[in-house]
Design a protein around this ligand. Structure first.
Ligand SMILES: NC(=O)c1ccc[n+]([C@@H]2O[C@H](COP(=O)([O-])OP(=O)(O)OC[C@H]3O[C@@H](n4cnc5c(N)ncnc54)[C@H](O)[C@@H]3O)[C@@H](O)[C@H]2O)c1
Length: 244
C-alpha cells in the first residue's frame, strides 16, 4: 500500500488526482493540502507527496519532503530557473520524479520529436504550437518547454537565443537558427501540442491532444507507486515508463 499526500488538492489537477486515486486499490490518500493548510503537520502520514500546485510553492514542499525523507512527485510547471535549480538540488536526499507532462501519449510525443528532429535535420524549420484553457497561468506550457528543450538539444541551439515567442512587426526572414513558440489560450482545452517540421515542398506535424486530466493524474499516481522503491535521485516519466 502506497500512502500519498496531494498538494494543490483543490485545483483542477488535485481533484483529478483524488478521483483517480480512489479507483486504485493499493493506493491510499493520507492527506489533501491546499493553500493555508499545513503540510508539515501531516507529512508523516505519507510515503510520497504529489505536487500539482503553483511554481512558487514547490520548493517549500520539496524541502519539507527532504526534511522528512519522503519521496516527491512534481507535476507543477512554470518554475523559474532559480526555483528549479534549488528544487533539483534536493535529488541527493530523496527520490523525486519531475515531469512537465505525465501522460503516456505526450511522453511518446517527446520520443517521436527527438527522432523526427534527428532524421529531418537542419533544413527543416521548427515551430511549436500549444493551446490550453483560458485559466492556465503560465506560458508557454511546461510540456511545450520540454519539446523546445528536445529540439534545442538535437539542433545544438541555445534556447535563450533561438526562441521566437510569437512574431510581431518587421521581424525579417526566418533564419535556420530559430525555433518558434506560440501559446494559444481559450475555452476549456485540457492541452494540445503540435511540433511542426517545415521544409520547401513538405512538412511534418506531430500532434498530441489531451481531452481529460485523468491521463496526467493516472501517470502521476503510477510515478508515485514506482518512486517509493527508488534510491534518492531525480527521475522523469521516461524512467517511470522504462523508456530509457
Ligand atoms: N505535469 C503535468 O502532467 C501537468 C498537467 C496539468 C497541469 N500541470 C501543472 O500543474 C499545476 C496545477 O494545475 P491546475 O490546472 O490544477 O491549477 P489550479 O490553479 O486549478 O490548481 C492549483 C491549486 O494549487 C493551490 N495552491 C497554490 N499555492 C499553494 C500552496 N502554497 N500550497 C498548496 N496548494 C497551493 C491552489 O489554491 C489551487 O487549488 C500547474 O503548474 C500546471 O501547469 C502539470
Amino acid at each position: 500500500m502506497t500512502k500519498i499526500i496531494i498538494t494543490g488538492s483543490k485545483g483542477r489537477m488535485g481533484q483529478a488526482l483524488l478521483n483517480c486515486a480512489a479507483r486504485i486499490p493499493d493506493l491510499e490518500v493520507g492527506g489533501a493540502v491546499d493553500q493555508s493548510d499545513d503540510l508539515g503537520a501531516i507529512i508523516g502520514q505519507s510515503d510520497v507527496v504529489i505536487d500539482f500546485s503553483f511554481h512558487s510553492a514547490t520548493l517549500g514542499i520539496a524541502e519539507l519532503c527532504a526534511k522528512h525523507k519522503k519521496a516527491v512527485v512534481i507535476g507543477t510547471t512554470g518554475h523559474s530557473a532559480e526555483e528549479k535549480a534549488k528544487i533539483v538540488a534536493l535529488r541527493a536526499q530523496i527520490p523525486m520524479v519531475m515531469a512537465t507532462n505525465f501522460s503516456t501519449g505526450v511522453n511518446t510525443l517527446f520520443w517521436l520529436t527527438r527522432k523526427a528532429a534527428e532524421i529531418l535535420g537542419p533544413a527543416f524549420d521548427l515551430e511549436v504550437v500549444e493551446m490550453h484553457h483560458r485559466l492556465k497561468k503560465d506560458a508557454p506550457s511546461g510540456t511545450a518547454t520540454t519539446l523546445l528543450e528536445i529540439l534545442g538539444d538535437v539542433r545544438k541551439l541555445q534556447l535563450e537565443d533561438a526562441l521566437r515567442h510569437g512574431r510581431k512587426g518587421i521581424v525579417g526572414e526566418r533564419t535556420q537558427n530559430e525555433i518558434g513558440i506560440h501559446a494559444i489560450r481559450g475555452g476549456d482545452v485540457v492541452g494540445d501540442h503540435t511540433v511542426i517540421f517545415a521544409n520547401n515542398g513538405e512538412r511534418v506535424e506531430l500532434t498530441h491532444k489531451a481531452s481529460s486530466r485523468d491521463t496526467f493524474a493516472n501517470g502521476a499516481l503510477r510515478a508515485a507507486q514506482w518512486l517509493v522503491n527508488q534510491k534518492p535521485g531525480l527521475y522523469d516519466m521516461q524512467d517511470v515508463l522504462g523508456l530509457k
